[in-house]
Write a protein that binds this ligand. Structure first.
Ligand code: PLP
Length: 386
């Protein structure tokens, strides 16, 4: 029965690309002029890129000049963190132990390369950065120190949500710059950047039914960051290299569709998550929810992270068991699949005795159904009975 099925519950790793997005991308492939060329071919390509920038900026309450296209979330994060350190004279970075590796490994490299101190905000018992501790850390810096805070809005493994407006206000109070990794929240929640006190946000199209290899950084007007990539004047000199027109057009289409359909699609996926949680509680009461992912209000509507009552070494066997029956889930983040080390996020939020359990992340999309959930829970039950 399982072999012919294909159930995709790994949407936090990447989402399928909407049909309309694929069509828009195919159409854009016929515009081959180099956007930097001044002839008609080039100007036509350039116009497509600038339209995408304008539409994305407008929806976010930003201006076109504040949006820089990149090859995805990781590049945007590297660009902001490294670029801010170089251009703004940052002397301290504050982040949290549950950030994505795109932030953690970049801050580590900045610490090694530039000798800049990186401090970590403690977590609350619920696994979200403790804002009192953030305030304490900020209050300890000397007034002439330049501090950059980098905290994610939605955790990609457990779905915990950070109140970014509150964090932004705290950063403003202490004159610190604030970067928010919004890779898991852009296209999933609305933003009004004209109101939210955040200096930088970063996004990736493949998390909202767009193509891989494209994303953007928002850099608030008046703040300068040094480029990461040199060699041309593209993206207002902030990111050299001939633009990937069809990816940018695909991202624009995915972004606009995400916001046009947001209420309807959010309700649909939230309902799936609720159904999954209730069903797990009823049919597999021995399973535990990690972080806030068992709550509908304190975690994002797409992610549920569970601990199975079996040792960690069986997590890969569980993945395989589900995979053979046509169900794709992950152990945490996509980058972790195949890794022998358990998740740094779960290690940061769970007591040590729970580190060695098998953890699985289910993440939902508009293309999933309750029937897929029913089937998957039956398969999980079968695995646990074995
Ligand atoms: N930040 C978060 C929270 C993510 O979930 C991801 C991707 O999984 C990234 C950054 C990296 O984005 P990209 O895959 O576009 O490089």
């Amino acid at each position: 029965m399982g072999l012919e099925r294909k159930i995709y519950f790994d949407n936090a790793a990447t989402t399928p690309i909407r049909k309309e997005v694929q069509e828009a991308m195919c159409e854009a492939l016929s515009f081959y002029g180099n956007p930097s060329s001044t002839h008609l071919f080039g100007r036509t390509s350039k116009a497509l890129i600038e339209k995408a920038r304008k539409n994305i900026a407008k929806e976010l309450g930003a201006t076109s000049a504040e949006i820089i296209f990149t090859s995805g979330g990781t590049e945007a994060i590297n660009m902001i963190l490294k670029g801010a350190v170089c251009a703004l004279g940052i002397t301290q970075i504050i982040t949290s132990p549950t950030e994505h590796h795109a932030v953690l490994h970049t801050t580590q490299s900045i610490e090694d390369e530039y000798g800049i101190r990186v401090s970590f905000v403690k977590l609350t018992p619920k696994g979200t950065p403790d804002l009192n501790h953030l305030e304490k850390l900020l209050s300890e810096f000397l007034s002439d120190e330049k501090v950059l805070v980098s905290l994610m809005q939605v955790n990609n493994e457990i779905g915990n949500i950070l109140p970014i407006e509150r964090v932004g206000n705290i950063c403003r109070k202490y004159n610190a710059y604030f970067h928010c990794d919004t890779v898991q929240s852009i296209g999933h929640f609305t933003f009004d950047l004209s109101r939210i006190p955040v200096d930088f946000i970063t996004a990736s199209a493949h998390k909202f039914y767009g193509p891989k290899g494209v994303g953007f950084a928002y850099i608030r007007k008046g703040i300068n960051v040094k480029p990461l990539i040199f060699g041309g004047e593209q993206e207002r000199g902030k990111r050299a290299g001939t633009e990937c027109i069809h990816n940018i057009v695909g991202m624009e289409k995915a972004f606009l569709l995400a916001y046009q359909n947001l209420d309807k699609e959010l309700t649909y996926i939230r309902d799936l998550k609720y159904y999954f949680i209730q069903k797990i509680k009823k049919e597999l009461p021995q399973v535990r929810f990690n972080g806030q992912s068992g709550s509908l209000n304190e975690s994002t509507y797409t992610i549920v992270n569970i601990s199975l009552p079996v040792p960690e070494k069986k997590a890969d066997i569980a993945l395989l068991f589900l995979d053979i029956r046509g169900i794709a889930v992950s152990r945490g983040s996509a980058c972790q699949s195949g890794s022998v080390q358990s998740s740094h996020v779960l290690r940061a939020i769970l007591p040590e005795e729970q580190w060695y359990e098998a953890h699985l992340r289910f993440s939902f999309s508009i293309f999933n159904t309750k029937e897929e959930i029913d089937y998957s829970i039956e398969v999980l039950k079968e695995f646990l009975q074995d």
